[in-house]
Write a protein that binds this ligand. Structure first.
Ligand code: AKB
Length: 323
């Protein structure tokens, strides 16, 4: 019987993944944890405060809940990591090694997201093959490569059934992103609805790899349910859905918000991070090994983002009116 502990459950992936896991396996089978106090974030299942750097607390929580799987989502993203790289290293690596150690003791399956950031300027850009040179130039990327290797090591040395996906930028409306380089592709929707204009921190022609959150969540669930014997690249599957530039996204937004205006004021740090990543991942191994298929392309994603954000605004308006 599956019992899933989620770390970083209040974050961008965690919010939607927890909801999907609850829908699929039932609220009693999922425990949402985050370093933030649960009083500050809503959850559809039991929720607790947990700092993954505290291995005793992690071990106690896994044992008490009887977890059979850990979805380890807490991490510092690319742009935030560059503000304090050593802190990012400690959080991303020490949190992960604690999760793997406890998973080895308790016999848990583990999911850990990797990222397109695990590649660097020396990797072929379009597409980046599944197996390619990995020399990232960001601390976030360093922790993602090391994380992939650590998961492989715990699998071969201690038999931990760890699995992972290299995500491109993820786009969603349910929870805000947390300091990534691809965040412009979310901010732009909020700005379009609020002000009809947006100033982008990347150049107009910065082509990046992206995926809509419902596809990402389905990918996590599918890779975690895939028969283990078919998985060769178990901790680092490239997955992708769409590629676009800020200019192309703005044009797609204009078909919902006529007159929408985009300006550019590139931020040197985030521009250099974006320029160091491939613009597309080759996900043929994921397609072959566990049947990965994306559903949302650019127009579908834009339509669904506006649907979700407009529903959210209507709910907030109704709440404010009832006050
Ligand atoms: C980021 O921009 O840091 C993340 C990522 C691509 O992993 N969204």
């Amino acid at each position: 019987m599956k019992r899933i502990l989620v770390t970083g459950a209040a974050g961008q992936i965690g919010t939607e993944l927890t909801q999907s896991l609850v829908g699929r396996y039932g609220p009693g089978r999922v425990l949402a944890t985050d370093i933030r106090d649960p009083a500050l974030w809503a959850s559809r299942c039991a929720a607790e405060q947990l700092d993954c750097l505290d291995i005793d607390a992690l071990r106690n929580t896994v044992t008490r809940f009887g977890a059979t799987a850990i979805h380890h989502l807490s991490a510092i993203l690319s742009a935030t990591a560059e503000a304090d790289p050593v802190r990012a290293y400690r959080i991303n690596m020490n949190g992960l090694v604690n999760v793997l150690e406890v998973a080895a003791e308790a016999g848990c399956r583990v999911f850990v997201p990797s990222s397109i950031a695990a590649f660097g300027p020396g990797t072929p850009r379009d597409p980046a093959p599944q197996s390619a040179l990995q020399r990232p130039t960001t601390m976030y990327g360093v922790t993602k490569v090391a994380g992939e290797l650590l998961c492989d090591y715990f699998h071969s040395r201690f038999g931990v059934d760890a699995r992972g996906l290299r995500f491109p930028g993820l786009i969603s409306y349910a929870a805000p992103p947390g300091g990534g380089t691809t965040d412009y592709a979310i901010e732009i929707f909020h700005a379009a609805l609020r002000e009809g204009r947006y100033t982008c921190f990347l150049r107009a022609d910065t082509r990046m790899d992206m995926m809509y959150m419902p596809d990402a969540i389905r990918a996590v669930i599918e890779v975690m349910e895939a028969p283990p014997e078919g998985l060769t690249h178990r901790n680092a599957f490239n997955v992708t859905a769409m590629q676009f530039t800020p200019d192309e996204l703005a044009a797609a937004i204009r078909s919902h918000v006529p007159g929408f205006r985009i300006d550019y004021d590139p931020d040197p740090l985030r521009q250099s991070i974006a320029d160091s990543w491939p613009s597309r991942l080759d996900d043929s191994e994921a397609r072959e090994q566990w049947g990965w298929r994306h559903e949302y392309d650019l127009p579908d994603m834009v339509t669904d983002m506006f649907r979700g954000l407009n529903e959210q605004l209507a709910r907030e308006g109704a709440l404010a009116a009832g006050r």
